[in-house]
Design a protein around this ligand. Sequence first.
Ligand SMILES: Nc1ncnc2c1ncn2[C@@H]1O[C@H](COP(=O)(O)OP(=O)(O)OP(=O)(O)O)[C@@H](O)[C@H]1O
Ligand SMILES: [Mg+2]
Length: 308
Amino acid sequence: MARRSDHGRPDDPPAPGGAPVTLAFMNQKGGVGKTTTVVNLAAAMASAGRRVLVVDLDPQAHATLHLGHDPADLGASVYDALLEPDRAPDAVVESRHRLWLMPAEVDLAAAEAELAAEPARTARLGAALDTLRGRFDVALLDCPPSLGLLTLNALAAASAVVVPMQAQFLALQGLSKLLETVRRMSHGVNPSLRVAGVVLCMHEEQTTHGREVVADLEAFFESARGTDAPWADGVVFRPGVRRNIKLAEAPSFGQTIFEYAEGAPGARDYQALADAVLAHLEMLKQGEPAPPPAVVVRATAEPARPAP
Ligand SMILES: Nc1ncnc2c1ncn2[C@@H]1O[C@H](COP(=O)(O)OP(=O)(O)OP(=O)(O)O)[C@@H](O)[C@H]1O
Ligand SMILES: [Mg+2]
């Protein structure tokens, strides 16, 4: 299935402005739905006409495998691009129509250690993506479940952060730490970094606990409106993605949910979510204020709620 991409395809006009919208899908907690969201949003955005690049920044190579590519069969990877940013074009594989992949490989774990000794160690991914300007409209970065150097590279390169998470009280605690990392990056190497919002994964809308956590999240974003916090325009994206077994099965077939089970709730949720994310990005581009969240129960300054 993997085809080495021919650069500068004549049917691909350069993206306006040259630089893609680059979204880092980040949560240091494992198993929250980052990869599932990156792969299926990428597929939905590609079918909506965007030229999409998925960058697999996780040594587990789950996004690479989910898209049906064997990391062992591929040539250059994101590892090579990080160590030698000029090699990034060699590391791009055409995966689907309008969907490209910069794959991971297991050596990526070693890259993290090697990078630590390099100059500009958090700017490597940004430099790699710079060599691809004009080829993509959107780049989706699948981060590993840690706040290490690979994730910091994503934050340094991204225009915005999207946080896949479950609506659970303990997840809110992790969010505070994550946002602190984003704030540090926005005060340092990437002043234009923003938090686009939260994607609710494996979401159970019908539970009281889930609804309360979502209300807290929305109140948190609302309380930041008009401030200089990177999450001042953040939203809880709707719809939440329901728990759907087809989403868990699709990776073992190397297929997106749209290929594996087009009519499944998971496909409908990710299709609608892609529309919501694209609309939000469009609105941010035009500098319009974000709409108020649908439900605001109480305003809290921090994304944490005292235990009942
Ligand atoms: N909405 C959903 N319904 C059912 N299963 C899901 C859903 N979203 C994700 N999963 C499953 O949950 C598991 C974790 O999801 P995923 O791999 O996307 O998380 P992750 O945050 O990328 O994990 P890691 O931190 O290890 O990279 C996977 O087995 C995935 O198939
Ligand atoms: Mg993952």
